[in-house]
Every structure is written in C-alpha cells, then in structure tokens.
Ligand binder design. Structure first.
Ligand code: GLA
Length: 381
C-alpha cells in the first residue's frame, strides 16, 4: 500500500491561489526542514492549480508555465527529493481545471506518464468541468488505472468535494484519499460546517482511502487566497485537533515562511500527530455525552473515542457551540464493564496535565470553540 497513514504536507492553494512559482516552492520546502515540520511528519509539498500553461504542447502534453517554473517541474521534484521531501501536483477530471487550465479528461494516460517523467509523488485530482455524461467513479478509476500503470508510485488524492455521493463509490476507484467536504475557508463558520458534515461521513473513512476534510487553515490569520476573516488560536487548535482526531490528511495551508510560534506549536503537536498517524487507523465512535445545563442542546458538541494500536484510548471533547459545555462520559460508554477494576489516567494533549476517571466517570467543562483531547491509559485501580 502506498500510504498506510493519512498524508501530511503543505499545499499552495489556501494562501497563494494561482500565484505560485518555483521560488515559493523552494523557500517553503526549506522552511519545512528548518522549522522541524518535516521531522514532525509533513513531507509532501503540493503544487495546486495554476502551474500549467493554458495550452498543451503539440504532442498533447501538459506544460509547466516557464515564467513560474523556469527549470520545469522535474528539476524541482529532484531538488525536493534531495531534501527528503516529496512533490505533489494538481490536475482535474474535467476538461479544464477549476482555475481554467487544461484538465486531464481523455488525457489520463499521457498525463500520468508526464507526472511519472517529472518524478511526481502525489496527484490532487479535482472535479471541475466534468462532462455531465461521464460518471465520477469512472473518471477517478480511469486516472487511478493510468497512475497504476505509469511506472511510478503516485498517490491519488481525489477532490470531488463529496459531490455525487462520492462516499458511495470512491473506494473502488483506487484513490488513496477523497475530499469529503466543500472547500474550507479561514473562518470559524467554515470549520464548524465541515465538522458537522464530517460527523455524518466518518463511517465511510478507512485505511487505504482516507476521508480528506480539506487543507488546514491554521495560522492563516485571515491572510491569502481563502483568508476570510481568520480565526483565534483556540479555534485553530480545535480545528487541528478535529482533523487529526478524525484521521484526515494534514495539509498545511498557511504561509509557513512567516508562521508565528503559536502556529508552529499547533502544527507540530506530536501527540496529536501520533493520534492522526496511529498505525491501527481505527475509526472513532461516539461516546455521546455532552450537555449544557442552560439550554440542553448538544447538537454542536460531541465526545468521541478511538482505540489506539497500543491499547490506549484517544478521547476528544469538541465544543462547536458558542457557550461552554459540560462534556461527560463513563467507562461503559467505552465498552468497559462497570466493575472492571480499571480507571483511565488521561493526559491532556494540549496542556500536558493529567486527570483520571473517578467512580468510572469523567466530566470536564469545555469553553466555546474549544476542545480537549486526551490520550487515556487503562490502569488497575
Ligand atoms: C477546487 C478545490 C480546491 C483548489 C481549487 C483550485 O476548488 O476544491 O482545493 O484545488 O479547486 O482551482
């Protein structure tokens, strides 16, 4: 299998849109190494839309815009590989990309070959300008087949935004991950919307074809292509925690060259990354309990748990409402028998503090837009 855990990296789109070039890629790659992001697990650099010339060449091949990428893509890929990084690129299942550049429809074999020639490791494959009569499952399968026959391991990151019930067919296409949501933007409203959408789609997640909740907006602070308004660091922390907890790819979208220490601390939280990259990749289950004494509405807050490979539980209490919530669970919510003689010793993955279940129960208060994520050890009482 090409990718046993969700891919991690950096993508140009959220901050730079179509204004990308070789220098940006090289500087960002250097930053990935120097800031320890690469060491923390972020190893893909993905060039999103806007790298192409508006026309194919006389042989029908895609051409990189020589003003943006004067040495071509292969030289860049080789530079990144020498730094221990991998290079991703972008194309589209329709006739045009979302930015209006040539798409790969009907050129799947040629383009897969081109990407292999360029030493590409990852293809983000979009869904704009899709011919109405060609079903999405066929278009993704077609590109996956071309990639599987191009002579190079290239990860296929499907990006059909959950359209046309993607969840129901994507697993048979050969995509390694699939965009389950609409495009994110740098606002708390967008994060809440994707969190709620994902709650229903989580059952379709699984090893081999990960649910992709879209790129991270952590640290954008309202700047750049999708920088609508920005979020507080608490909100960014909750966003990162949820994406990590649910096993989404972790693709950074801010300008890492100028990220603040707060942003770096969120993105490099090793304990959260370990939950995201847990080798067992089990799916979380709801342990329900959240309540608010004042209004009794728990629709926008949830507590989830998942069993990790080493026998610990990851437990996430997420509050997407605009008031503090009491979050609550019992050992029986985790399937443990009431008198099993065990308790949980829980480490808060943001503060490092520990706490325990008492009388087989646990309750904590979580502020508006905040979360608590714990790694819980099962210990004899
Ligand atoms: C779509 C995708 C985005 C980005 C743009 C590029 O909107 O969902 O992630 O790739 O296209 O044009």
């Amino acid at each position: 299998m090409l990718q046993h855990t969700p891919p991690m990296g950096w993508n140009t789109w959220n901050t730079f849109g179509l204004s990308i070039n070789e220098q940006l890629i090289l500087e960002s790659a250097k930053t990935m190494i120097e800031t320890g992001l690469c060491e923390a697990g972020y190893n893909y650099i993905v060039i999103d839309d806007g790298w192409q010339l508006p026309q194919r060449d006389e042989n029908g091949r895609l051409v990189a815009d020589p003003e943006k990428f004067p040495r071509g893509i292969r030289a860049l890929a080789d530079d990144l590989h020498a730094m221990g990084l991998k290079l991703g690129i972008y194309s589209c299942a329709g006739h045009l990309t979302c930015g209006g550049y040539p798409g790969s429809n009907s050129y799947e074999f040629e383009d897969a070959e081109t990407f292999a020639d360029w030493h590409i490791d990852f293809l983000k494959y979009d869904y704009c300008y899709k011919p109405q009569r060609e079903p999405g499952d066929q278009l993704y399968l077609r590109m996956a087949t071309a990639l599987a026959n191009c002579g190079r391991d290239i990860l296929l990151s499907a990006c059909s935004w959950g359209a046309d019930d993607t969840a129901l067919w994507i697993k048979s296409t050969g995509a390694h991950c699939w965009r389950s949501t609409v495009d994110i933007n740098d606002s708390w409203e967008s994060i809440c919307r994707l969190a709620k959408e994902q709650k229903e789609l989580q059952k379709y997640n699984g090893l081999g074809c990960f649910n992709d909740m879209d790129m991270l907006v952590v640290g954008m602070n309202g700047q750049g292509n999708v920088g609508l308004g920005g979020c507080s660091y608490i909100q960014y922390r909750t966003h990162f925690s949820l994406w990590a907890f649910l096993g989404s790819p972790l693709m950074i979208g801010c300008d890492i060259r100028s990220m603040t220490p707060e942003t770096a601390a969120i993105l490099k939280n090793r304990e959260l990354i370990a939950i995201n990259q847990d080798p067992a990749y089990r799916q979380p289950f709801s342990i329900g309990g959240s309540f608010n004494f004042e209004c009794g509405d728990n629709a926008e807050s949830f507590v989830w748990a998942k069993l990790l490979e080493n026998g610990d539980f990851a437990i996430g209490c997420f509050n997407f409402s605009d008031s503090p919530r009491n979050m609550y669970f019992t050992l029986s919510d985790l399937s443990l028998a009431r008198f099993c003689g065990r308790k949980l010793v829980m480490t808060d993955l943001w503060t490092g503090e520990t706490c325990e279940t008492v009388d087989a129960r646990f309750m904590t208060k979580v502020d508006a837009c905040d979360c608590r994520v714990y790694r819980a050890k099962i210990v004899k009482e």
